[in-house]
Design a protein around this ligand. Structure first.
Ligand code: HAM
Length: 404
């Protein structure tokens, strides 16, 4: 928990430094909240149940839909853009494996009321900054666009069903199978080649030639280009275009992005997000929305894989009463230090000094305060630096100052 709290604190600090405010929603919601966009099919991937009042409920699989529900109910009148972040547990009926759990934690955010390229650049840079702040080094950002991808599907004359069959193959980067499937669908060889090239290119200029027919897609290419060009301003590194990003959830449209920790293997995706549309579905007034969520458990796995040296817990000081007579005075000292928020522990086992000092070093105490009758006669205690072993006599009245 110490490692987790450390990473969580680091993440919170960054969200707040970008002007985001924290939001919390309930662990369970109506099942309908999650089936509204994705249909009944999603129930297989959820923990859902009927409560004693006969209501169909679900443990939340993610927080975007709950936050948007909350927005529509309570926050629509707030000034825009609205920047909300969250930290919460999620539940998915997944097959558990390393990095994939049935209960896991997400740190994420939603940005409501803006769709300028600078807001998307800031959003991507926020995800990057949050992950970097935890201490992670090796991460890569991939940026795609679902409007452009769907425009290409239209250009290739693919039906909705054909698209559904193709998407998982694109997601898994099984391009040979994509090629075979396109052949089966009767897509001309030349178009297939061009499409495969676009799925694998990092050159944004190549996109235009395929979607010249579609003004909306052209607009999205401009937006994507400007967004990507703004990223260096935010000191974001390691990003590239990846048109094969399809995202699993059904509410995305426009720009999408993912951040991976390549050294994690199969479950390497740490973060996913992008622009999406849910507010009108929940009965709210249309306004642009975008966001992302970081898999918190995976972030910790990635830090451990990078052998990140988490700061170890330290106790400021450990008080050792030398004998029974010194116990009361020792507790007075403890109370005084604790009231000043100095992390202080005390020997509760009436151990001898040697054993008590050994224990103090085992719990990483920086100093020990030895309270003995000789020193107390002079209204003083012995303060010991646990690392160097150096000791000094300190007057009780000046003791708290030693820790400031
Ligand atoms: P997602 O890609 O489904 O997006 O999940 C975000 C992250 O949660 C993933 O990249 C992964 O790190 C982590 N994750 C997902 N499933 C599991 C699991 N079973 N065990 C451990 N970690 C997992 C969303 O949830 C969207 N709501 C993100 C978003 C916010 N889009 C817009 N706003």
């Amino acid at each position: 928990m110490q490692k987790r709290r450390y990473a969580e604190d680091a993440m919170r600090t960054v969200f707040q430094s970008f002007g985001y405010q924290e939001i919390q929603t309930p662990t369970f919601e109506t099942l309908e909240l999650f089936t509204a966009k994705s249909g009944e099919g999603i129930i297989d991937e959820l923990y859902s149940f009927t409560d004693k009042g006969g209501r169909e409920l679900a443990l939340r699989p993610e927080l975007t839909a709950p936050v948007m529900r909350f927005y529509v109910e309570k926050l629509q009148m707030e000034a825009k853009p609205l920047k909300l972040f969250y930290f919460g547990n999620c539940f998915r009926y997944d097959r558990p494996q390393k990095g994939r759990y049935r209960e896991f934690w997400q740190a994420g955010c939603e940005l409501v009321g803006t769709d300028t390229p600078e807001s998307y650049a800031e959003l991507i840079s926020l995800a990057y900054a949050v992950l970097r702040k935890t201490g992670l080094k090796d991460i890569t950002i991939n940026i795609g666009n679902l409007t452009i991808l769907s425009s290409i599907f239209t250009k290739l004359n693919l039906s909705k069903d054909q698209q559904q069959d193709l998407i998982p193959l694109i997601d898994k980067a099984q391009f040979d199978d994509v090629e075979k499937m396109l052949q089966q669908f009767g897509v001309p060889q030349e178009d297939t080649k061009k499409f495969l090239d676009i799925l694998q290119t990092t050159d944004i200029k190549k996109l235009s030639s395929f979607v010249q027919h579609d003004a909306q897609a052209q607009q999205e290419i401009d937006l994507l280009t400007t967004t990507i060009n703004l990223l260096p301003l935010f000191n974001v590194k390691n990003y590239c275009l990846k048109m094969s990003i399809v995202r699993g959830l059904d509410y995305y449209k426009g720009i999408v992005f993912e951040i991976d920790a390549p050294n994690l293997g199969a479950e390497k995706q740490l973060c996913g997000g992008g622009a999406y549309e849910l507010i009108p579905l929940f009965g709210g007034r249309e306004t642009p929305t975008a966001g992302f969520a970081i898999g918190f458990d995976r972030t910790l796995l990635a830090l451990e894989t990078e052998k990140y040296a988490f700061p170890s817990s330290t106790l400021t000081t450990y008080v050792i009463p030398v004998n029974e007579a010194a116990i009361e005075q020792s507790f007075t000292i403890v109370q005084q230090l604790r009231s000043k928020n100095i992390a202080t522990d005390i020997d509760l086992l009436r151990r001898g000094i040697r054993k008590a000092l050994k224990y103090a070093s085992s719990i990483n105490a920086k100093t020990a305060i030895i309270v003995g009758p000789q020193e107390l006669k002079q209204d003083a205690v012995m303060l010991r630096d646990m690392k160097s072993g150096k000791q000094e006599l300190v007057k009780l009245s000046t003791l708290p100052k030693k820790f400031q």
